[in-house]
Write a protein that binds this ligand. Structure first.
Ligand code: SAJ
Length: 445
């Protein structure tokens, strides 16, 4: 049975169902279809399913729209809202549904449970189920395995195979990284590991590390939590530098010359769907630990404080210009949570814009990738956006913001113009030379 399925992978004769067509599922479906598999994308949202069927997909992820159009046209990708029906027709099911937090910041596994129930209804011998969604530790054992075995009456490792292969999707570079990234394959039994490995080998040239499900779950959460904690350290360092009159960029450059030190970049906030959530998924399984130290939680708090801190810098700079924030015109450059993407999920821009509007400012917003305005006045041309403005706030590290024509901007803005650089893209010396009042995260004056 195992060899038959592996042979189908080799001949690209396997049918694959991708359950959940969001940020992770849609590119996953496109990649497998492009590798010549027959793919059925499943989503509970009929508008998503219809969009794929009509190839009216609007995504700014480089290459994705073209790839989806190509595979839909070739008849290799179709979409459905019916999970059991899709599972029935497929050899492999890959689950990419969201695992959000509830209002108490606890994991909400409703979508995952419902997907597993739908799969279990149609699970039959010889199928492989892969979970890609990011999950709290022990979810594979306590929830996924239980639902699949109980509701199908089948046994994992004997009748069907099950693996946890957490996604490593990086917005802006999804297709490029999908083909080369190393992946983790967690499983409860050796056969499941082998079958999942053979499938992934057909779409990535990266190394595939085999392990147990629990280690894979913790490793995935550790990756993003590690990054969040490290960014929090950089942010705290930036606040200290502002106090002691040091430029954090210079301090980090010097510290990073030590071979063991690699400090991250401070900034006006940490956004996106992963770093803002995964530390809480990890914490949800902590239970009662007999220590006071709470580095992960403190780091989340630190990073969540940065948008307000940025708004405070704006206030300080406006006062220095002898102006009042009320009725001042502030231009926010960037709403995406990070550079070169249109993704605005949990973007610090939302909180910064909210606070500035609450303080009475008139906020104009420019972002070359995203249509979102977060309540500010969205202006499609950068020169129009900065015109008659009192303050520029750089929120997203889009490449174009690091090479802005400061001389031209100075002429367009009101007198005593201010730059608040939330991503440290603009050289403070250049800004001052052109006559700007310059404030930046971690720029001690
Ligand atoms: N950021 C900083 N300073 C830094 C690095 C990032 O402030 O030094 C900010 C960014 O501006 C952004 C946020 O952090 O607002 C998150 O950006 P990111 O590039 O660190 O991460 P994501 O959320 O786009 O993707 C992460 C990645 N994980 C790691 O790098 C460990 C990606 O590889 C994962 O696939 C993805 O999470 C995921 O889906 O889990």
């Amino acid at each position: 049975m195992r060899l038959e399925l592996i042979e189908k992978f080799r001949k690209r004769e396997a049918y694959i169902a991708i359950v959940g067509l969001g940020r992770v599922g849609l590119p996953t479906a496109a990649v497998f279809a492009d590798a010549s598999y027959q793919v059925i994308g499943v989503d509970v949202r009929s508008d998503v399913v219809q969009a794929i069927s009509l190839t009216k997909i609007r995504t700014k992820e480089p290459g994705l729209e073209e790839l989806l159009k190509k595979v839909v046209k070739l008849g290799r990708l179709r979409a459905s809202t019916n999970t059991p029906q899709a599972v029935k027709q497929c050899d492999v099911v890959i689950v990419c549904v969201q695992t959000p937090l509830d209002s108490q910041r606890k994991p909400d596994l409703t979508y995952l449970k419902s997907a597993c129930k739908g799969i279990a209804q149609a699970l039959s011998k010889g199928k492989l189920v892969i979970i890609e969604s990011t999950v709290p530790p022990r979810t594979m054992r306590n929830i996924v395995l239980k639902i699949l075995e109980k509701e199908s009456g089948l046994k994992c490792g004997e009748d069907f195979w099950l693996a946890y292969c957490p996604e490593r999707i990086t917005s802006g570079k999804i297709l490029q990284k999908f083909a080369t990234d190393d992946r983790i394959v967690g499983s409860f039994d050796k056969d499941s590991a082998i079958v999942a490995l053979e499938l992934l080998k057909t779409v990535t040239s990266g190394d595939l590390s085999l392990t147990d499900c629990e280690s894979a779950e913790v490793a995935k959460l550790a990756e993003n939590t590690f990054r969040d904690v490290n960014i929090a350290f950089a942010n705290e360092l930036a606040l200290i530098c502002e106090q002691v009159g040091v430029d954090v960029k210079e301090a980090v450059r010097l510290a990073n010359s030590h071979p063991r030190v690699k400090i991250h970049s401070p900034g006006c906030g940490v956004g996106g769907p992963c770093l803002t959530k995964d530390p809480y998924l990890l914490l949800s399984s902590r239970g009662c630990v007999d220590v006071e130290a709470e580095i992960i939680e403190a780091s989340r708090k630190m990073n969540d404080l940065m948008p307000s801190h940025t708004a405070r810098l704006v206030l300080k700079a406006i006062r220095e210009a002898g102006k009042d924030v009320k009725n001042s015109r502030i231009t926010v450059l960037g709403v995406a949570y990070k550079g070169e993407t249109d993704d605005t999920t949990n973007s610090p821009a939302e909180r910064i814009i909210d606070e500035l509007i609450r303080l009475g400012a008139r906020v104009a917003v420019y972002d070359p990738f995203s249509e979102e305005g977060f309540g500010g006045n969205k202006i499609p041309v950068v020169w129009e956006a900065v015109k008659e403005s009192d303050v520029l706030v750089v929120v997203t590290d889009h490449q174009m913001f690091s090479s802005l024509d400061l001389s031209k901007i100075k002429k367009l803005m009101k007198e005593k113009p201010v730059i608040v650089d939330g991503r440290r893209l603009i050289n403070p010396k250049d800004a001052k030379r052109y006559g700007f009042i310059y404030y930046g995260i971690g720029f001690g004056i």
